[in-house]
Design a protein around this ligand. Structure first.
Ligand code: MCA
Ligand code: AMP
Length: 482
């Protein structure tokens, strides 16, 4: 393992002329990116953490690289964030500065922070690359939803990134010769840590398509791109498009590696993509708090419906309802996945209670339920919490949406659930008991959209005269779904 988090930016003598990043017509070589980032890093020295307005642009990557170089933790902000989330995140993380592309209009509390514009023009005299901070230094604080309450800030140390990205490189045979293409958002682990820091650590090239479309990624794979990262919704759309367009299917079929993650890829989708493109998707399993835990190997058996074996350096076990480990040979038992290793987060920001609750004898409790094939391949079969929804690969807490809906004057009671959806995996449904005057579904969806990020809007609103409750008064969500 190299000592630097980003060795080819810290020392551009090896790959300086190679393109590091391309967004549309904007491209930066390793030498240019290093100069731009070192310039901004010199303005960040001594700070604790910065917010980055995470539009899908080269400026966002340059801001992130600058903060990483300076040893300052990055709080990536979804540019489609709602008012309530913004107040919470800025209040909780207390960033010292906000980094954004020049001209980007920043809403709410972000506008009140001291701002640094990140341009792609290298300074006339780029300063030296700063010394590598200790491996335990926080690199990112990524906000993630829980079952109740506002999102929690997951503090990820540099060692989690280095160890995990190197483990992925080993199992995917990911090298400096690869060109990665994706259209993932840059405010979550998948798009930002795997999809930006990943290629920069390898010394390879990233082509970001801005907004995902099969057409855009197929055009890149018909060119020099070798790897694609996506969530299952993207692979579903890709399969639909390839079924209608042979040329696209052929372009996708040229990839060295198609990787899916963030939610389960249905086995039927695996098979459809293989039939259409000749490619078998590799599935990997991760979490914001743990980065990646498991993956199918590049040269391994690409078995649909499994997430492969634990990554090198990651300890994984299944535990029963009493917290006792299930023997590895027991292939019938379903248990909760617990993990341990250098990939783990340091804790939830300002939430020692939640951090303690997530740990069990030094192991992190993922909340995901799984069983094992005889050769150790992990099959995820569900989630412990019914109040967590995965829609389009985004994790969404039912409680956060319920709290916003309850603030609407015409909402008396509400329950939010996830329903199976062929495109999104799950779609958000709000069950509402209205007061005297029933609001329209559109009005309630717009009310959520104002307070929370776009992907947290209910797709459907269903009105009821009462919610089904048990003897304790708790809403029976399973009964609603039935
Ligand atoms: C959405 N729209 C709506 C509603 N919902 N309009 C009205 N009412 C609603 N309820 C709008 C959207 O804003 C969008 O508008 C348009 O409808 C289409 O929406 P959608 O079908 O959702 O398509 P999309 O916007 O293209 O999004 C699909 C997507 C996206 C591209 C797959 O969900 C996505 O980028 N997902 C990636 C999530 C991710 O990165 N997760 C990683 C988490 P408009 O076009 O105007 O905006 S990290 C993680 O999970 C771990 C670590 C891991 O393992 O990776
Ligand atoms: P997040 O908190 O957004 O990082 O989402 C993490 C969650 O996504 C995990 O706890 C799993 O429930 C889910 N997840 C990620 N990858 C996979 C996968 N390949 N198969 C099934 N679930 C997955």
């Amino acid at each position: 393992m190299t000592t630097h988090l980003l060795p080819d930016l810290a020392d551009v003598s090896r790959r300086g002329d190679r393109v590091a990043l391309r967004f549309g017509d904007t491209a930066l070589t390793y030498r240019e990116l290093a100069a731009v980032a070192a310039g901004t890093a010199s303005r960040l020295a001594g700070l604790r953490r910065v917010a980055v307005w995470a539009t899908p642009t080269a400026e966002t990557c340059a801001a992130v690289v600058a903060a990483l170089a300076a040893g300052v933790a990055v709080v990536p902000i979804n540019p489609k964030i709602g008012k309530r989330e913004m107040s919470h995140i800025v209040g909780d993380a207390e960033p010292d500065r906000v980094l954004a592309a020049p001209g980007a209009e920043l809403p709410g509390e972000l506008a009140g922070l001291p701002r640094i514009d990140v341009t792609l023009t290298p300074p006339a005299q780029p300063g030296p690359w700063p010394a590598e901070p200790p491996a335990s230094t926080p690199a990112f604080i990524v906000y993630t939803s829980g079952t109740t309450g506002p999102p929690k800030g997951v503090v990820l140390p540099r060692r989690a990134l280095t160890s995990n990205l190197d483990a992925l490189a080993e199992v995917w045979e990911w090298t400096a010769d690869d060109v990665l293409v994706h259209g993932l958002p840059l405010f979550h682990v998948h798009g930002l840590i795997l999809g930006v820091v990943g290629p920069l650590r390898r010394g390879c090239t990233l082509h970001h398509v801005g907004k995902f479309s099969t057409e855009a990624v197929a055009a890149e794979l018909a060119g020099d791109a070798t790897m694609l990262f996506g969530v299952p919704t993207m692979y579903h759309r890709l399969a639909e498009d390839c079924a209608a367009d042979r040329e696209m299917a052929e372009a996708i079929g040229r990839a060295r590696l198609l990787v899916s993650g963030s939610a389960a890829l249905p086995a039927t989708e695996h098979q459809r993509i293989e039939q259409l493109t000749g490619q078998r998707v590799i599935e990997r399993y991760g979490m914001t708090e743990t980065l990646m835990n498991c993956s199918v190997r590049f040269s391994g058996d690409r078995r649909p419906g499994t997430v492969g074996l634990p990554l090198p350096g990651v300890d994984l076990r299944l535990v029963d309802d009493d917290g006792n480990p299930i023997p590895e040979q027991d292939t019938d038992a379903v248990g909760e996945i617990e993990v341990r290793g250098p990939n783990l987060f340091l804790g939830y920001l300002n939430r020692p209670d939640a951090t303690a609750e997530a740990m069990h004898d030094g192991w992190f409790r993922t909340g995901d339920m799984a069983r094992r094939d005889p050769d150790g391949y992990v099959r995820i079969v569900g989630r412990r919490a019914t109040d967590l929804i995965k829609s389009g690969g985004y994790k969404i807490g039912a409680g956060e949406i319920e709290n916003v809906l309850l603030d609407h004057p015409q909402v008396a009671e509400v329950a939010v659930t996830g329903e199976p959806d062929p495109d999104l995996g799950e779609r958000i449904v709000a069950w509402v008991v209205a007061r005297d005057e029933r609001p329209s579904a559109d009005e309630l969806i717009a009310h959520v959209a104002e307070q929370l990020a776009a992907h947290k809007r209910p797709r459907e609103v269903r009105f009821l005269s009462a919610l089904p409750r048990n003897d304790m008064g708790k809403v029976m969500k399973r009964a609603l779904r039935a």
